[in-house]
Design a protein around this ligand. Sequence first.
Ligand code: SF4
Length: 347
Amino acid sequence: MQKKIDILSLADQELQTELFSLGFEKYRSKQIREWLWKHAVRSFELMSNLSKEHRTKLSDYFYIPTIELDKKQTSNDGTVKFRFKLYDGKLIESVLIPVEDKERYTVCVSSQAGCSLTCSFCATGKMGLLRQLSVSEIFDQYILVNEECKSRYGKNLSNIVFMGMGEPLLNYKNVLGSIQRLSSEDGPNLSSKRITISTAGISKIIKKLADDNPNVNLALSLHAANDEKRSEMMPINETNSISSLMESLKYFSKHSTGKISFEYIAFEHFNDYASDAKNLVKLCSHFPVIVNVIEFNPVTGVDYEKSSEERINAFARMVRESGVMITIRRSRGKDIDAACGQLANRV
Ligand code: SF4
């Protein structure tokens, strides 16, 4: 018997060609595309404007890969963490982060199962890279978390950040493919302004992103403002130094309408000194940027400690007084495994 085709992996034109060869009328392709991406149905049986004969033909020839909820944890602060199982049993995570008074409902999605970058403070980095996620596996995280958001808060998700497991710029094609589906009128029609890609910093691909999709926002996980400290935490810095990243971000800033931010996890007596704040301010002089200082969510087996509130506040004050926009993000979901990779690692 002929091997079935993953229907969600097909580009629109490919789908049309396949359907045409199976004898479907031309207009059926749009109908089926809408079922798959606008209504996000994951069974041919639910495609109610197709005849039984058409639905049978579809399921004889194609399959629809799905992701399944495996575990869910809800924090007292409203943060919900999801562990999803992929068709091959691999586990990934997504997080729903509600900020009700601002009507902001953000989903943090994974772009890879595991990650190859081995940042020393991260639970996902300890897993190694298991595999890339497909366009639909990224897209479906949005759909499933959106359902939870609607039932829990009566609202659709307003923002998506690629800040879960994996380095999105190392699964570039599928991340961009998922963004194209998410922002399409044939899909959830999300504005690019509401989409943020968070990267550990791959200089070359940051420039490519500026050329290919200049409207998304970009968050650089900086975490240290000098190479020595950054390389100690993030081995990727050895081949993508801070100066090369600043050059790429200048390019991004010039060619893109997306906003740039620096993410900076504060570690006690490591990167939270006055000298670190000074170095950080220097890096902020190249282009408009917002700094988000993040409280560390401790991870089992990781030696770094979270900075005390006084040290974080003092650090942020120094940066702010130099004229840089800075926010402090208190860690969410402290009572659940909310740090990236913690829940997927717990099997
Ligand atoms: S912090 Fe991000 S890039 Fe670094 S190991 Fe974890 S998932 Fe990978």
